[in-house]
Design a protein around this ligand. Structure first.
Ligand SMILES: [Zn+2]
Length: 174
């Protein structure tokens, strides 16, 4: 049950211009391996962030509802990373660490690659990731709709380009 497993290839341990681009790269990487990366915390020194931690969306302890939570419902999210809110927590140890470099770029390294839960088949279909993907195709999708293409054909066209979505995403876009 509590077996630790590594999902897919190691996220690229490279340098990124900022935290957001590193997070996006890790999310893109993770979802095809069956997990979702969220930003967990940043460490600051003299008001300046110098380290950030990315975790699996199943990190953290399962909340015991009989005990009053220290921070009820308010969940602070950083950099628009509103992911994994409704996921069952397994205290997953997966952790990536992002260090600010002297030139203000950010270098990604892996602290713990293994997860303590099975991969999620839905990771690739996380609504917020789908919406983000689809926004990149907004113009072409709108054009297709206007020229009378069926939603089904639009979806299969997008899928061929590596963008996964469901009909509702298309309607939401319009
Ligand atoms: Zn995990």
């Amino acid at each position: 049950m509590n077996q630790h497993t590594v999902f897919g290839p190691t996220p690229p341990q490279t340098t990124y211009p900022n935290i957001t681009s590193a997070l996006t790269a890790c999310q893109d990487h993770a979802r095809y391996s069956g997990y979702t990366v969220v930003i967990r915390s940043t460490e600051r020194r003299e008001g300046k962030a110098f380290r950030a931690y990315f975790m699996c969306d199943r990190s953290g302890k399962y909340r015991n509802r009989t005990k009053p939570s220290v921070k009820p419902r308010k969940k602070r999210t950083l950099e628009g990373a509103q992911l994994g809110t409704a996921t069952c927590k397994t205290d997953c140890p997966f952790q990536l660490c992002l260090d600010r470099q002297d030139d203000d770029s950010w270098h990604l390294r892996v602290n713990q690659l293994a997860h303590n839960h099975p991969p999620s088949l839905n990771a690739a279909a996380h609504p917020s990731l789908r919406a983000r993907d689809l926004r990149a195709h907004r113009v072409e999708v709108t054009r297709s709709i206007n020229s009378g293409d069926s939603v089904r054909s639009i979806i299969s066209k997008l899928r061929a380009q590596g963008t996964r979505c469901i009909p509702r995403d298309i309607y939401n876009l319009g």
